[in-house]
Design a protein around this ligand. Sequence first.
Ligand code: ADP
Length: 361
Amino acid sequence: MRNAWLQVILIGASILLVTALHFATPLDRITLHEIYQRIYYIPILAAAVLFGLRGGLGAALFASLAYFPHISMHWHNHNSDYALNQYAEIVIFNLVGVVTGLVGDSSRRSRSRSERTAAELQKAYTDLRQTFEQLLQADRLTSLGELSSAVVHEVRNPLGSIKGAVEIMEDALPADSPQREFADIAKREVERLDRLVGEFLRFARPPKPAVAPADINEVMRAVATLTHQQAAVQKVCVETNLAPQLPLVKIDAEQIKQVLLNLTINALQAMPKGGQIVLRTLLENEKQSVVVEVEDKGGGVDPAIAARIFDPFFSTKEKGVGLGLSIAYKIAVQHGGSLTVRNGTHGAIFRLSLPLGHNEA
Ligand code: ADP
């Protein structure tokens, strides 16, 4: 805005300067006067290019008003033919102002049209990229699901055989044999492995969501309550910032609670020395979705690994399994929504978006 005023002042000043030159130059230096009168076109054209019809016509009128007294006061008596010529020049000032102004306006319109098109294209490209990345991620997760169920079956069968074999060996042992203790250990370990493998399968292939209308704020409150104790131990304050009167959203509340618990636990782990977690809900009108955010002050996700944190088995933690976010992502997609991350001023902000119109998962 300040720039525009500066341009107007410069245009006005140059017109006044040319007029001053006319007044200061003796009438017998006619060549100089002819040069000056043409210099008026420079600010007129500049105004037309910068401000369109308003600018071109405005500058032309201003130049006409500024030049007119000089013609009527000096040239009228001195050389009436030349004066007539100059009046005609004034008319041309205005014609040039109008024509170049119209051209300026139309080129500005087409520039803003192409800028709009470029912005729309850019948005379409970003959306497409996002969808592509989501598909890629979903594909990776599907492969993980298939792979893990194959591995789980491969592991479970021999585990069953081992258990059976240990039981047979155990039966053959005398009741007071000290080796019974080893057989017990072997059986317990087999059972532990079996449980672990089952758990892994449950994580890797979450069941299809059983959706029902639910209040997402209720889910958030449950998450805050469940994590309250651990947060207190770590001196982390869990704050809820829930949008009032959110519409019910069709979700599998248990699964979404798992996702949010995962995100909140990650947030807690990112702040071993205390801090703050904000659990936020909001309605995104444009997208017709309910948005849930988990924000922490743990320093954020290192940009170098941001693209990989939703990958299965990716973890930067010493004892991390690296499944939490990939499962959360999968659940979000199964709900027709999305899970993304960005860094805020002090930490990571995980954003789960759930469409309102999603009826079936
Ligand atoms: P895990 O917790 O077992 O490492 P996740 O899939 O939950 O597995 O997380 C993957 C990785 O994402 C983490 O190891 C960590 O590097 C990163 N991460 C997750 N949540 C956060 C967070 N709130 N702040 C910073 N980094 C995070």
